[in-house]
Design a binder for this molecule. Structure first.
Ligand code: SRM
Ligand code: SF4
Length: 575
């Protein structure tokens, strides 16, 4: 690990250039120099090593099996069929384990070796997709409610969100010089960063746009959440939620997941000014000394919500209006075909843990996602520009804007490649999320993505025993407490503690508006299943009509109300 702090590395990097070019040119190691391992994140990549092979490599006195994860910046997860085919080809040529849809509507490629990094990034850019600011202390990929072509208002929200993503990008040309061979000029290394600041943000920053009644983006888990307020087909504006975040460390009460607070309403014309005011307030007041306390949620808790709101209003130059009523129904996806107002339809397919590959061991469904979606993308090349793919924040995939004429052919290909698993999958399976974890994630304490197939079978067996197979329970698994699958918003969540051991968290709602709480600490699988069994029995016997599992656990006193801090609950119009 580098002995320099992240703040020092950023400061000394000539606007994120560092010695990346020298690191890349070094043939002796598959790794980058230490400080460059931090800097490459801002370019959309992480240095990792295959943790399955660590011990074997160590015994053979070899350096770890270094390879890189690459993450795209794809606001709202929009991908054209032509881009899909290019990314598929890139992943097949340079990466391992196919394409991976993430919980922020991006693609990750894993296992790219150092000498393939530049060709891979060049190929991604040639597909008119970049990876700039997909990682690092910057504004990350902006997540946007899926299915935005459902109405004109949905399209307006998407357009505003995509424009905001561009507006908040860093100005440095380091990315273009390092990967795209842009010529370095005299001023390189001193580009002005009027919004992010010369040392960039204190920590990662995340923005999401939800369109009620769906909360697929988990608006309250974002540093800055915009909740669109629609009247009929008109976009009136947005409720603004600030200070959401999931990350925590085991046993450290200074860190915790937190729901965003709704601080008011803005009209659409004020969106950019408001976002810049929030980002710059965090830039100037976020904790740059203690990194684990550097997220916006801690800035707000340290300074107070009233102070924060006043500071944002001062910088924006206007006062927020009182928040408007809204109601979220759930934070999952809607599977199968959904019709838009324009006569187009959108098909949401379930992608187990977001992994698009043909390996049948990924799931028990024997679906061939990579080949099947390649065929569909090829077919859609001839379609008009309204047809595209959309990654969802729940790691699934929408084939969007499909004309009635194309539907039958898509249905046929979907069936042929076994991609219609949403028809038979239990609601538990449909809604389950798992982060990547092992073998690539350097922070994983336990399995997540690779454990999900087995776990689902076991929990489904338990649900069957109580006649609950059709219960729409949201299950989320993370390999560590950083919370990349937003586990603290799962009705049931497993948060990794050690190999084969998890904290069992229970009692969130399925709307993304109430955090769960710790129910059992550091338990193995048999203990976890034994803990769930009597709770499922009680739920089957005592639930009221359509009562969610998390709501039931709270009402029946099995888990206490978590110290959720969202004012959105107070202003929500409850059924
Ligand atoms: Fe995450 C770090 C994967 C969404 C909170 N996350 C990581 C790293 C890069 C590990 C690392 O730092 O070395 C993981 C790479 C694993 C791998 O091998 O691919 C990783 N995070 C992911 C993804 C791929 C999970 C997934 O399975 O889909 C998601 C990619 C997002 C994207 O496309 O941009 C992902 N991460 C999230 C989310 C969910 C969200 O954003 O809606 C969260 C919780 C929300 C939040 O940020 O509070 C999240 N990731 C973290 C944290 C904890 C941050 C904190 O405040 O403490 C870390 C660790 C860190 O930053 O130090 C982390
Ligand atoms: Fe890795 Fe932890 Fe994020 Fe899972 S939650 S991907 S284990 S950092």
């Amino acid at each position: 690990m580098s002995t320099h702090s992240v703040e020092d590395i950023k400061r000394g990097s000539a606007r994120l250039r560092g010695t990346l070019l020298q690191s890349l040119a070094d043939p002796v190691t598959g790794a980058l120099r230490e400080d460059d391992q931090t800097l490459i994140k801002y370019h959309g990549s992480y240095q990792q090593d295959d943790r399955d092979r660590r011990e074997e490599r160590r015994l053979a006195k070899l350096e770890p099996d270094y390879a890189f994860m690459i993450r795209t910046r794809t606001p709202g997860g929009v991908i054209t069929p032509a881009q899909w085919l290019k990314l598929d080809a890139i992943a097949t040529t340079y990466a391992e384990r196919g394409l991976r849809i993430t919980t922020r509507q991006t693609f990750q490629l894993h296992g790219v070796i150092k000498r393939a990094l530049k060709p891979t990034l060049q190929a991604i850019n040639a597909a008119l997709i970049d990876t700039l600011a997909a990682c690092g202390d910057v504004n990350r990929n902006v997540v946007i409610a899926a299915n935005p072509l459902q109405s004109g208002a949905h399209a307006s929200v998407h357009a505003q969100a995509a424009a905001l993503s561009e507006h908040l990008l860093p100005n440095t040309r380091a990315y273009h010089e390092t990967w795209l061979d842009e010529e370095r000029v005299a001023s390189s290394g001193s580009e002005d960063e009027p919004i992010l600041g010369n040392n960039y943000l204190p920590r990662k920053f995340k923005i999401g746009f939800a369109i009620p009644p769906y909360n697929d983006v988990d608006a309250h888990a974002q540093d800055l959440g915009f909740i669109a307020i629609l009247e009929g087909r008109e976009l009136r504006g947005y409720n603004v939620s600030v200070g959401g975040g999931m990350g925590a460390s085991h046993g450290d009460p200074e860190t915790y997941p937190r729901l965003g607070d709704v601080i008011g309403f803005i009209t659409p014309d004020r969106l950019t000014a408001l976002a810049v005011a929030v980002v710059t307030t965090q830039r100037d007041h976020g904790n740059r000394v203690v990194r684990k306390r550097a997220r916006l949620k801690y800035t707000i808790d340290d300074r107070g919500l009233d102070w924060f709101k006043a500071e944002v209003e001062r910088r924006a130059g206007f006062a927020l209006e009182p928040a408007r009523a809204f109601r979220f129904e759930h934070n999952g996806d809607r599977f199968g075909w959904v019709d838009g107002e324009d006569g187009r339809s959108h098909l949401t397919l379930r992608i187990p843990a977001g992994r698009i590959q043909d390996d049948e061991s990924v799931d028990r469904d024997d679906a061939r996602h990579l080949t099947g979606l390649r065929r569909i993308a090829n077919h859609l090349l001839d379609a008009d520009s309204l047809t595209h793919f959309r990654l969802t924040p729940n790691q699934n995939l929408v084939i969007a804007g499909v004309s009635q004429a194309q539907r039958a052919r898509i249905d046929m290909l979907v069936a042929q490649y076994g991609l219609d698993t949403h028809r038979s999958a239990s609601p538990l399976r449909l809604n389950a999320l798992a982060c990547v974890a092992l073998p690539t994630c350097g922070l994983a304490m336990a399995e997540a993505e690779r454990y999900l197939p087995d776990l689902l079978v076991k929990v489904e067996t338990l649900l069957d025993r109580h006649g609950l197979r059709d219960a729409p329970i949201h299950l989320r698994v993370s390999g560590c407490p950083n919370g990349c699958s937003r586990p603290y918003l799962g009705e049931i969540a497993l948060v990794g503690k050690a190999p084969g051991r998890y904290n069992l968290m229970l009692g969130a709602d399925h709307r993304g508006q109430r955090l769960n709480t710790l129910y059992r600490e550091n338990i193995d699988e048999p203990t976890m299943l034994a803990a769930l069994d009597p709770l499922f029995a009680r739920y089957a016997a005592e639930r009221t009509n359509a009562e969610g599992f998390g709501d039931f656990l709270l009402r029946s006193g099995v888990v206490p109300l978590s110290i959720a801090r969202s004012t959105s609950i107070a202003i929500e119009v409850l059924p």
